[in-house]
Design a protein. Structure first.
Lengths: 200, 176
């Protein structure tokens, strides 16, 4: 009689094989392993906790529903991060299209016109969720990363927070290796300037 | 050009300060119950053996082979029950001794009652066939019928195991 497989100590490949055979425990093990890094990446990309939960869920649903199409020659972590990043970038692009400018209408050319078309928002108190977000993403480094371009942000988070090697980041973001190195170099330079101005 | 510069880059004081800040960054967790919320939206495939069983059941219903399944099951059940009853009846003394030693009087009484009932049914059948003793011809007839039933069941099971449309395909192949 075969002994039950200890999924907690098994490699990703073994867990994925079990998931492809329809074992629910294997699906849950994959969620347990990747929920934190996937959620952290998306949260730092979109900077909204509730939305990040939805996008992280969407990522896992996409990945787990297509587990039988996973190709073992690629790293599972690269595959799931790629889907997470694409999900976040798609959302940011959609949001960019839908966003109403808060700093004056697009046809405002004079300061008076900008002032007249600026959307006024009343000062509302922070909800508990917003307070949590402010606490989690309120440090100087988190705020500085939040100001980077989305592609720089993804590179720097994957490299400096998740500790992924350059070639894996290139695979995740579908960018040439040289471009990834350049983005990280530029992102670091921008972060240094931003953090210097905070210190001064 | 820029790549070469990046590879040869020497970190300065600001870089070290930045790296120290990166070290302070932590990983975030979604709200509790995230795993269950994801699982509620995931289509977990059925285990392979269950998928095969479902396919087999579906193919039987779709190919209208239900009649053959019913015949096969009835035939197999009749043969199995006949074999078990025959074994028990022909080894009545041993079964009685075993039940008496293991379970005591009540079960033994039930067994003896069932055995008596079975014997009287068989005796009634023998007398209906025509005489107190079973002739060799009657035994041969019973054996022949049993063999026919076995053959019929084997054939029925063989038909069941054939993929859908295989018989027609082989007929078409012969015709070509």
């Amino acid at each position: 009689m075969s002994t039950p497989l200890d999924l907690a100590t098994a490699t990703d490949q073994v867990v994925i094989e079990q998931a492809a055979l329809g074992h629910e425990r294997a699906f849950r093990e994959l969620i347990r392993r990747y929920q934190r890094p996937v959620f952290s990446l998306i949260y730092r990309m979109v900077r909204d906790r509730e939305l990040s939960e939805d996008l992280a869920q969407e990522t896992f649903v996409k990945v787990l529903n297509a587990i039988d199409r996973y190709r073992p020659e690629y790293k599972f972590s690269s595959w799931i991060f790629k889907i997470a990043n694409n999900t976040a970038i798609d959302h940011l692009r959609r949001k960019e299209l839908d966003t109403l400018s808060l700093e004056g209408g697009p046809d405002a050319t004079t300061p008076d016109r900008v002032s007249a078309t600026t959307l006024q928002i009343g000062d509302r108190g922070e909800t508990p969720l917003e307070e949590l977000e402010a606490r989690e993403l309120g440090s100087a480094i988190e705020r500085a990363i939040g100001k980077l371009r989305p592609e720089y942000r993804a590179c720097i988070v994957l490299r400096e927070v998740e500790g992924r090697p350059y070639d894996e980041i290139a695979e995740i973001l579908e960018l040439p290796l040289g471009t990834v190195k350049t983005y990280i170099h530029r992102a670091r330079a921008e972060l240094k300037v931003m953090l210097q101005s905070i210190r001064e | 050009m820029e790549n070469g510069m990046i590879d040869n880059y020497v970190p300065d004081e600001d870089d070290r300060a930045l790296d120290a800040l990166f070290q302070t960054m932590r990983s975030f967790s979604p709200h509790p119950g995230f795993e269950d919320r994801v699982m509620a939206r995931v289509r977990t495939p059925s285990p392979v053996w269950l998928q095969r069983l479902q396919d087999w059941g579906r193919s039987i219903v779709e190919s209208r082979r239900t009649r053959w399944v019913a015949r096969g099951l009835v035939g197999s059940s009749v043969i199995s029950i006949t074999l078990v009853v025959s074994l028990l009846v022909t080894n009545g003394a041993e079964v009685s001794a075993f039940l008496g030693s293991q379970f005591g009087g009540v079960v033994l009484g039930v067994w003896r009652g069932a055995l008596g009932l079975g014997s009287s049914v068989i005796r009634a059948l023998y007398s209906a066939v025509g005489g107190g003793a079973v002739s060799v011809m009657a035994l041969l007839a019973i054996a022949a019928l049993g063999s026919l039933a076995m053959l019929f069941n084997t054939w029925a099971l063989y038909r069941l195991m054939q993929p859908r449309g295989a018989a027609r395909y082989s007929r078409d192949a012969v015709a070509l």
